[in-house]
Design a protein around this ligand. Structure first.
Ligand code: 5AD
Ligand code: SF4
Length: 441
């Protein structure tokens, strides 16, 4: 069987694709790079906003035609698969295999079934699978917790990935990271909808702060984590980062809004002042931390005054970067059911203003790096532009002349120029650029 997987959405989805692909390969399947070459196409979906759902629908439309033309099995996994919205879409586009985000371990059964196979249960064994290292990669994701105990009123994730946090056994996390290290990986990103809550469901497990210290001892040069919740980002975590050199000083702490009225409507469980106190703690321990956030503009009921509170919070923190989203009403969420959506023009206009703010701050923050040396992880070969791309320990995208970084690896780079979105630099030292390995799987 020849399988192609198309992945939308977040890093957790990217990891899940890797997990399912490894499982399929171990069952004898061959992974192929195009839909045309495949006889089983699996779509790993995202449901967090309306846009990714539209993308999934248009791909499934194309696949359905292909299926009618030449016979093809279509599979759907990921967050959309778990929602009624997604199951209706699956019926409409004649999807054969549907696996919710908790049912990935059922792929073998799904393939063996001779009619349609749907599984939406959460199988605890998912957290006990140890995935093989991705072939040839220098950077890899490692999930540490699945599900989310919070109930933000705009968010589908508690319904798609589970409304109860389930931590993965620490010995399996450490084993997976040891294997990655042995395979040459130099950067791991610990993943979860809310990594800060790690271990809260299991008194015998380490806390997130303790886990960070344990992972930091394994000898992987860079350890990162995504994503955090301001309520759970406690001082012991900040201290663990400060005292563990391998952990990068890049902190992504979604704020969503700077207005207390809106934070309350979002059920974010903290207020503006609480968030600012967290930032203060971070700056106390980690004065060089690079800070980014997520912001939703145009949440139902957001007034001009509320939006200005978000802009002023941005100035107060001075974020290095922000991921900005227009509010998207998701079927079945409390916000979509109880509140009225704002007019599109209002949301678009506010997003534009926020982007201006973000660009100005990012340019100022990025300029401060000019003349300094950073460690850059170059991920691939140089592009047609002649530049090789990578990111530093602060997660800034960095470009260097391709001939100076001929292979993926870690390079010391002196920053020579900055734009709002990019840093440019010259390689001053090759730190670690191994010859390419034979692909394993
Ligand atoms: N509309 C817009 N943005 C959303 N996000 C989550 N749900 C929605 C929604 N319904 C954003 C949040 C979150 C990020 C992953 O996506 O900012 O932090
Ligand atoms: Fe990831 Fe959230 Fe999208 Fe699910 S809905 S794929 S958890 S971003």
């Amino acid at each position: 069987m020849r399988v192609h997987i198309v992945t939308y959405g977040c890093q957790m989805n990217e990891y899940d694709t890797h997990l399912v692909a490894s499982e399929l390969v171990s069952l004898g399947a061959q992974m192929v790079n195009t839909i045309e070459d495949a006889d089983f196409v699996l779509v790993n979906t995202c449901a967090v906003r309306g846009k990714p759902v539209e993308k999934v629908k248009s791909l499934l439309g194309k696949l359905k035609k292909e299926k009618e033309r030449r016979g093809l099995r279509i599979g759907m996994m990921g967050c959309l698969a778990q929602l009624e919205e997604g199951q209706e879409i699956a019926k409409r586009f004649d999807v054969d295999v549907l696996l919710g985000p908790g049912a990935l371990t059922q792929i073998e059964k799904a393939l063996a079934a001779d009619s349609k196979f749907w599984d939406l249960a959460f199988h605890e064994e998912l957290n006990r699978v140890v995935a093989p290292p991705p072939a040839g990669a220098l950077s890899a994701y490692v999930p540490i917790i699945r599900g989310c105990n919070h109930r933000c009123t705009y968010c589908v994730v508690p319904r798609t990935r589970g409304g109860v946090e389930v931590s993965r056994p620490p010995e399996l996390i450490l084993e997976e990271i040891e294997r990655l290290k042995a395979a040459g990986v130099v950067e791991v990103t610990l993943l979860g909808q809310n990594v800060n809550s790690y271990g809260n469901d299991r008194p015998e497990y380490p806390s997130f702060a303790e886990l960070l210290r344990m992972v930091g001892e394994l000898g992987i040069p860079r350890v990162r984590f995504l994503t955090s919740h301001p309520v759970n980002f406690t001082e012991d975590i900040v201290r663990a980062i400060a005292e563990t050199p391998a952990i990068t000083r890049y902190i992504h702490l979604p704020v969503q809004s700077g207005s207390d009225r809106i934070l309350r409507r979002m059920a974010r469980e903290y207020r503006r002042a609480d968030y600012l106190r967290r930032i203060e703690t971070i700056r106390d321990y980690l004065p060089d931390a690079v800070l980014s956030t997520d912001i939703i503009v145009g949440f139902p009921g957001e007034t001009e005054e509320d939006f200005e509170a978000t802009l002023s919070l941005y100035d107060e923190v001075g974020f290095d970067h922000a991921y900005m989203f227009i509010y998207s009403a998701r079927p079945g969420t409390p916000a979509a059911e109880h509140f009225e959506d704002l007019p599109r023009e209002v949301k678009v206009e506010r997003l534009k203003r926020l982007i201006e703010k973000q660009k100005a701050w990012s340019l100022e923050k990025n300029r401060a790096w000019v003349g300094k040396e950073v460690e850059v992880l170059i991920r691939g070969d140089a592009k047609e532009t002649g530049f090789a791309e990578g990111h530093d320990r602060g997660n800034h995208p960095v470009l260097v002349p391709g001939d100076q970084a001929p292979r993926p690896g870690l390079y010391r780079v002196r920053i020579t120029e900055a734009s709002p979105h990019l840093l440019f630099g010259e390689v001053t030292e090759v730190l670690h650029a191994p010859a390419p390995r034979e692909a394993v799987a």
